[in-house]
Design a protein around this ligand. Structure first.
Ligand SMILES: NC(=O)c1ccc[n+]([C@@H]2O[C@H](COP(=O)([O-])OP(=O)(O)OC[C@H]3O[C@@H](n4cnc5c(N)ncnc54)[C@H](OP(=O)(O)O)[C@@H]3O)[C@@H](O)[C@H]2O)c1
Length: 317
């Protein structure tokens, strides 16, 4: 007799079915009436020399938009662009280190001069220095500087360049479920740290920065382990929690722009992906991991903003 699946097995099965359905959806071309974009549409992807970022760039190119593949290393970025050119995808390469405000500004100026603006910004660049059950905060400053401050640098420099259009410009922040405020397993235990980030109405950049700074202070004085922070990949989780909060804050700030000048901003979790970041230990490919970010970038009639997505579905912050 067949054994009944338990809850965990059922959830796993549902996730696998969902991923299978999405991989089928990816093969269906967008109908012409839903295509708000053209070859004149300009997209920029950060950290796109490898992994999920490279795949996001490739999938955007397959839809026929102009893609600027950026990477902090020139050689690796040019090599990645060459791989795409060899398959007939005419990508544009530009060096960009998201932690350097001068690099970000130089890139923004170049985009303005060469394209007159931007339609899609994908903030994908990220770092994580922990593997499996490790939880070192040795590189906490770099993790926060890249994942959170780098994303902020990009949004601040590029938002003024987002071009007016009927469909609206789009910003997608590649984040992680580890940064959920109310995730069952990895939430901030300390209510006084969690609550100010929960309420969108009272959320400010200062509140987010204060949370991140409080953590970095505790890393310096060695008290972080008992500070009530997430227990898994603490520095990385806090950086993504800050990205998620900043996404909601920016959505709120951008929400009063008039029709024709809308900018929609959302964040997503790619899943656990086989890339260098996970030591190729994930359970899905980079192609699958890139899917939700690309889907968000192309959403027809998009009016959704300030939300968190995974596997093409909204999830809780
Ligand atoms: N893999 C997963 O399971 C997973 C899960 C959840 C979320 N994510 C997120 O998905 C995104 C992509 O990760 P991945 O798995 O594709 O990892 P990856 O293969 O390590 O790629 C990360 C990319 O970010 C770039 N980068 C790092 N620091 C940068 C900087 N200062 N300026 C510009 N680019 C920089 C890296 O460049 P270099 O090659 O020069 O290092 C690399 O291109 C990250 O934001 C990550 O947090 C991944």
């Amino acid at each position: 007799m067949e054994r009944k699946m338990n809850r965990k097995e059922r959830a796993k099965q549902e996730r696998e079915n969902r991923r299978h359905n999405i991989s089928l959806l990816r093969t269906i071309p967008y109908p012409d009436h839903q295509k708000w974009w053209s070859s004149e549409t300009v997209a920029l992807v950060t950290g796109a020399n490898r992994g999920i970022g490279f795949e996001i760039a490739r999938q955007l190119l397959l839809q026929g938009v102009t893609v600027i593949l950026t990477s902090r290393g020139t050689e690796v970025g040019e090599a990645a662009a060459k791989v795409l050119w060899e398959t007939g995808l005419k990508v544009v390469f530009r060096q960009l280190d998201v932690t350097s405000t001068s690099s970000v500004q130089t890139c923004a100026d170049w985009v303005q001069q060469n394209y007159g603006g931007l339609d899609i910004l994908i903030n994908n660049a990220g770092v994580n220095f922990n593997a499996s059950s490790e939880n070192s905060v040795e590189f906490a400053e770099q993790v926060i500087a890249t994942n959170y401050i780098g994303t902020k640098n990009m949004i601040k420099a590029l938002t003024p360049l987002m071009r007016p259009s009927a469909a609206g410009a789009r910003i997608v922040n590649v984040s992680s479920r580890l940064g959920r405020l109310n995730g069952r397993r990895n939430r901030i235990g300390d209510v006084s740290l969690r609550e100010p980030l929960e309420c969108v109405d009272s959320l400010t950049e200062e509140v987010i920065d204060r949370t991140v700074d409080a953590f970095l202070e505790q890393v310096k004085d060695g008290s972080w382990a008992t500070g009530g922070w997430p227990q898994t990949f603490t520095d990385y989780s806090i950086s993504k929690l800050a990205v998620n909060a900043y996404t909601r804050l920016m959505a709120e700030k951008l929400s009063d722009r008039p029709e024709g000048k809308k900018i929609y901003i959302n964040c997503c979790c790619p899943g656990w992906v086989k890339t260098a970041m996970t030591g190729w230990e994930g359970n899905i490919s980079a192609e699958e991991g890139a899917d939700t970010a690309v889907w968000l970038a192309f959403l027809p009639d998009q009016s959704v903003s300030g939300k968190f997505f995974a596997e093409r579905r909204e999830i809780n912050f």
